[in-house]
Design a protein around this ligand. Structure first.
Ligand SMILES: [Zn+2]
Length: 230
């Protein structure tokens, strides 16, 4: 029962935050930037200002699909952001470049996060195996005692939670770098700056909700496996 409640509460919270984010972006996308720069131009300017010349700016499909790829050093902007000349596009383009700057400066939290990617993948696979096994024949996985299954589940889920928590400083720092640069470069009016800041705040909120959901689920698993069962 407990797990269903946690899932439902955070599913609702996640929906509310992502809906708010979409509405903010929609609103700020309609405000044309005084400087009339596109997301692509903003990104290229920010990279050049940080002496980064080996990162390419690409246009990718989808909405809010924007990301920085450290593997091939690309800033990938969605069509709306790439061509957009507004406060929302500015915020996203500069944020993704913030990740490129982190990468170029070997920012510790980003390095740690990248190092954890394989462990996160394995943990996810382990949890899937346990879930499938528990659907067929109960929690006594491969004849393992209940406590041993608990160690596996809690261990794997701890890794997923750690990953979602380490994502937070990486995301907040990228936004801070973006906003600091935008301000110092003087390419937005104070009003546009406020909009960019608000858009990034709501984008960060989605990561906060994900991390909280992960922590709550971990606490639940710890309780059912190792809690007081007298
Ligand atoms: Zn980010």
């Amino acid at each position: 029962m407990g797990i269903i409640l946690i899932v439902v509460v955070f599913a609702i919270l996640g929906y509310v935050v992502s809906n708010k984010l979409k509405n903010k972006f929609k609103k700020y996308s309609q405000v044309s930037l005084k400087a009339n720069l596109s997301g692509k131009e903003i990104a290229e300017l920010m990279l050049a200002d940080h002496n980064i010349h080996n990162v390419t700016v690409n246009c990718v499909e989808g909405q809010l699909s924007d990301h920085y790829n450290p593997m091939n050093k690309t800033v990938n902007l969605s069509t709306d952001v790439y061509y957009g000349r507004n406060a929302a596009a500015t915020a996203v383009a500069a944020h993704e470049c913030g990740h490129a700057v982190q990468h170029a400066n070997s920012y510790a939290w980003l390095k740690l996060r990248s190092a954890l990617v394989p462990i996160q993948n394995i943990s996810g696979k382990i949890l899937n195996v346990v879930l499938i096994a528990s659907l067929f024949g109960g929690i006594a996985l491969f004849g393992l005692p209940y406590e041993a299954v608990g160690v596996v589940v809690v261990g794997a889920y701890s890794m997923l939670t750690l990953f979602s928590v380490i994502t937070l400083p990486v995301e907040f720092d990228a936004s801070n770098r973006a906003l600091a640069w935008v301000k110092q470069r003087n390419i937005v009016t104070p009003e546009e700056y406020g909009m960019s800041k608000d858009a990034l705040k709501w984008a960060a909120m989605t990561y906060v909700v994900a991390a909280l959901a992960s922590m709550a689920t971990l606490a639940y698993y710890m309780f059912i496996f190792f809690g007081n069962r007298d």
